[in-house]
Ligand binder design. Structure first.
Ligand SMILES: Nc1nc2c(c(=O)[nH]1)N[C@H]1C(S)=C(S)[C@@H](COP(=O)(O)OP(=O)(O)OC[C@H]3O[C@@H](n4cnc5c(=O)[nH]c(N)nc54)[C@H](O)[C@@H]3O)O[C@H]1N2
Ligand SMILES: Nc1nc2c(c(=O)[nH]1)N[C@H]1C(S)=C(S)[C@@H](COP(=O)(O)OP(=O)(O)OC[C@H]3O[C@@H](n4cnc5c(=O)[nH]c(N)nc54)[C@H](O)[C@@H]3O)O[C@H]1N2
Ligand SMILES: [Mo]
Length: 749
């Protein structure tokens, strides 16, 4: 039997701190995943649903963007503990009814935790909060579209903001950007702005395309894999299977991370006998406990050490800027490097030696590199080192930004971006729509615009803007400052509890559910596009697909006579249009009919073709800006626990880090705890200090002594988002610096 939703909201009452684990997954992982599924769905539905994850004819796991092996090579369980939890959140049997909203005012909901809100179950019918009301109440779909269209047409298009989270299918994403641009704006911020934007910017500048250059086969064939700023045991567990496979074929693995994450140290693959009873596979051969923010000096030093091992043939034929780069890296200041990285010269030399020997090296990275002020230069420095050794466009080698949301990469390919897409002329040619050419708002600029009254309408297809965005108090006030907020969502979340004057929640189908319009398509982190087919009965008969909601809103709002009805009724019809407009999608329908789908072209990977202005891959010279914290301060990074999907809190445990029944914890090294005069278990407020002079405070965190790099601290997202100043963003990508916050700890009042 599925369990009922919790009625009380107990917070961290029963917090317990144990010892961190040394290995990830194994049988406990599978059992935890199944337990989560059964609480939400019961036993039978869990079994039937989980067997369809990532299978031919099944649906794409909504968990993460890590690719699946080719169909013949898939196991029957092509999901992981956290994939099971992601599916359970959506396929839950719990329901939010109109009575729920009658019983809970919006002020009541605003006081609840993200965990409690998410546990209430699926949204089932459209609701509206009218001006001067503190409750959501039912509204008919047609009335909802008429009302929103009326408001959209009453403001200038640039006064509206249209957010997207990365679960939206290719077809819905294409329709959404088309609607928004036909309406007249490029205000299309998305979760990428807070996620891999820095990777996109750095890769576009250097290799001419903002996507990673490896396939899953490359990972299997690599000789050396360097995992930087990523916690795959929690966030991309299926990646551990690929790392294990590479390792068994002889690869060496290096982990660069301020935390010794369990999944990087040892993996017990529950599908192999030694993963069930044995010790599993030890993964990382070398662990580099870098200080938060030390990656740029680290990769600069690696580049210096690798200069004598440069691949001259590759550099001469395919790159530009090597002379300047090699001059900049001719010397290295070891004292500064050791101080800024927290690593010893010998450790760095050891990794350089591995790189010098390796004929096939992949560097993987995620949020540990992308959410800092110097993220773009840091990723460019990673590119330098890979170019130096000729590690792009070669089997088993390359650059591998590991994406987060399951279709975040596809949404970008479909034109969800705050600038006119490079193919906007095709929209005009094929559909007769003039695409606005002005630069729109990204996430941070959208918050500023709402705060300052320049934007009055906020619409979101998916996501939880209020909890995901930085500077929580500023973001909440910005949303509340809107005349209208509109949320296309599957689950209740904090953003719904922060309404504009008028607010609507439009409930939609999830990826696991049957859709009469056919299968949708998605693109994974390695540019492979394939179909996803939901099989479950929808959570409520009143749900519409995202594509239908967007199409009906477009019809109500726009005067142009595009065939929105036929698109909403058929994903193949929408794909036919995409094929004519988006490069790389010709014969789209034919290519996604076979279950394996197809891989989009990628010049650097396929043939060392670099689409930069001079056609060469670019070496860059990146300045190292040293960080010196005032006495008594720590560099805080905000990260995910093992029991959450971004702002969706599955449960209150972080098993691998030894935390149960609570989330308000701050991880600090023993040496810093002693130096600060605190103790393990002290309750503190975390205060962030930023040059605007405003003190942002996150009250009531328990200090946890942890093997984290000295001078650093870690706390969970979204509880710590209140500490991230809105104006503290990465150079060039404008990504909030969620992994670079200068804080002090004060004993709690
Ligand atoms: N189960 C689950 N899966 C997910 C998600 C989820 O929330 N739950 N989220 C999805 C999304 S949208 C994304 S973007 C990905 C996120 O995947 P990750 O990037 O793995 O997520 P984070 O928890 O932010 O972890 C960042 C890692 O970077 C390290 N780190 C922090 N600062 C630094 C630094 O300065 N240098 C280095 N070298 N390392 C540093 C942290 O210690 C941590 O191990 O996962 C996706 N998959
Ligand atoms: N401090 C700090 N802040 C961060 C980060 C960090 O590491 N630290 N990470 C950043 C990153 S990497 C990201 S990607 C963002 C995430 O930002 P978002 O993508 O905005 O947040 P999510 O928590 O993934 O969104 C969850 C909500 O999506 C809705 N949803 C789920 N599935 C569907 C669906 O199929 N359709 C629709 N329409 N809605 C659906 C549900 O209502 C659910 O409540 O947060 C960023 N914020
Ligand atoms: Mo993300």
């Amino acid at each position: 039997m599925a369990k009922n939703a919790p009625t009380d909201d107990v917070g961290d009452r029963d917090l317990h701190v144990g010892t961190p684990k040394q290995a990830a997954a194994g049988v406990p992982g599978v059992l935890h995943g199944l337990a989560a599924a059964q609480q939400q769905m019961g036993v039978r539905r869990s079994a039937l649903t989980l067997l369809k994850v990532n299978q031919a004819g099944g649906f794409d796991c909504p968990g993460c963007a890590w690719p699946e092996p080719a169909p013949g090579k898939r196991s029957h369980f092509e999901f992981c503990e956290n994939g099971a939890k992601a599916v359970a959140e959506e396929a839950t049997l719990r329901r939010i009814t109109p009575e729920f909203f009658a019983n809970h005012s919006i002020s009541d909901l605003a006081g609840r935790s993200d965990y409690w809100l998410g546990q209430q179950g699926r949204l089932t019918s459209p609701v509206i909060k009218r001006a001067d009301s503190d409750h959501y109440e039912p509204i008919a779909w047609d009335d909802a579209f008429t009302l929103i269209a009326g408001q959209l047409n009453a403001v200038e298009p640039d006064q509206s903001v249209f957010y997207t989270s990365g679960r939206t299918s290719n077809e819905a994403a294409f329709a959404y950007q088309l609607f928004v641009r036909a309406y007249g704006t490029n205000n299309l911020p998305d979760c990428s702005n807070m996620c891999h934007e820095s990777s996109g910017v750095a890769l576009t500048q250097t290799i001419g395309i903002g996507k990673g250059s490896v396939t899953l086969e490359d990972v299997h064939e690599a000789k050396l894999i360097i995992v930087v700023g990523q916690n795959p045991g929690t966030n991309h567990p299926r990646m551990l299977t690929a790392l294990e496979k590479a390792k068994k074929a002889g690869a060496t693995i290096v982990a660069i991370n301020p935390l010794p994450e369990a999944g990087l140290l040892r993996f017990k693959n529950p599908q192999h006998p030694d993963g069930v009873v044995g010790k599993g596979t030890s993964l990382a051969d070398v662990y580099m406990p870098v200080k938060v923010g030390g990656d740029l000096p680290l990769f600069a030093a690696l580049g210096h050490l690798l200069l004598p091992h440069a691949d001259r043939a590759f550099i001469d034929s395919y790159t530009a800027g090597f002379a300047e780069y090699s001059r900049a890296r001719a010397t290295v200041d070891w004292a500064m490097t050791e101080e800024q990285t927290g690593l010893e010269r010998a450790q760095i030399e050891q990794v350089a030696a591995l790189m010098a020997q390796s004929e096939a090296t992949i560097v993987c990275w995620a949020m540990g590199l992308t959410q800092r002020s110097d993220s773009v230069p840091t990723i460019r420095e990673v590119v330098n080192v890979q170019l130096l050794r000729g590690m792009v466009g070669k089997p088993g080698a390359g650059l591998c930004p590991v994406r987060g949301h399951s279709n975040v990469q596809g949404d970008r390919t479909m034109g969800i971006v705050e600038r006119p897409p490079p193919w906007s002329a095709n929209i005009t040619r094929e559909l007769g729509i003039d695409v606005p050419q002005t630069h729109g708002y990204d996430v941070v600029d959208a918050i500023r615009a709402m705060r300052d009254g320049r934007a009055k309408i906020f619409m979101a297809v998916g996501g939880n803007f209020a909890s995901a965005a930085p500077d929580t108090d500023v973001t909440l006030a910005a949303l509340a400052n809107c005349d209208l907020t509109v949320h296309v969502s599957t689950k209740l979340n904090r953003t719904h509890a922060t309404p504009g004057t008028v607010s609507l929640i439009l409930p939609c189908l999830g990826r696991t559910e049957r859709d009469p319009a056919g299968s949708v398509t998605v693109e994974d982190s390695m540019s492979a596009v394939h179909a996803s087919t939901g099989r479950l009965a929808p959570a409520s008969p009143d749900l519409l697909s995202e594509l239908t909601i967007i199409s009906r809103l477009a019809q109500a709002t726009l005067s142009s006579d595009l065939p929105w009805d036929s698109w909403a009724a058929s994903y193949p019809a929408m794909r036919e249009v995409i094929a004519r407009v988006v490069p790389g999608f010709d014969d789209y329908e034919a290519k996604v009919t076979p279950r394996e789908g197809f891989t989009l072209p990628h010049g650097p990977r396929d043939g060392r073709r670099f689409t930069t202005p001079d056609g060469k891959a670019q070496f860059t010279v990146n300045q190292i800006v040293e960080r010196h914290l005032p006495p008594g301060r720590l560099m805080l990074q905000t990260m995910r626990s093992h029991d959450q999907y971004n702002t969706t809190i599955y449960g209150m445990d972080d098993r691998y880090r030894g935390i149960s029944n609570g989330r308000r914890v701050v991880f600090v090294a023993a040496k810093d705890i002693a130096a600060l005069g605190l103790a393990d278990g002290t309750m503190v407020d975390i205060i962030s200090e930023w040059k605007d002079g405003v003190e942002r405070r996150a009250p009531g965190f328990r200090v946890v002594e942890y093997p984290i790099a000295v001078g650093c601290a870690g706390a969970y997202f979204p509880e710590a988002n209140v500490l991230v100043p809105l104006d503290s963003t990465a150079e060039l990508s404008n990504t909030p610096t969620s992994k670079e916050i200068v804080v002090r700890l004060e004993p709690a009042a």
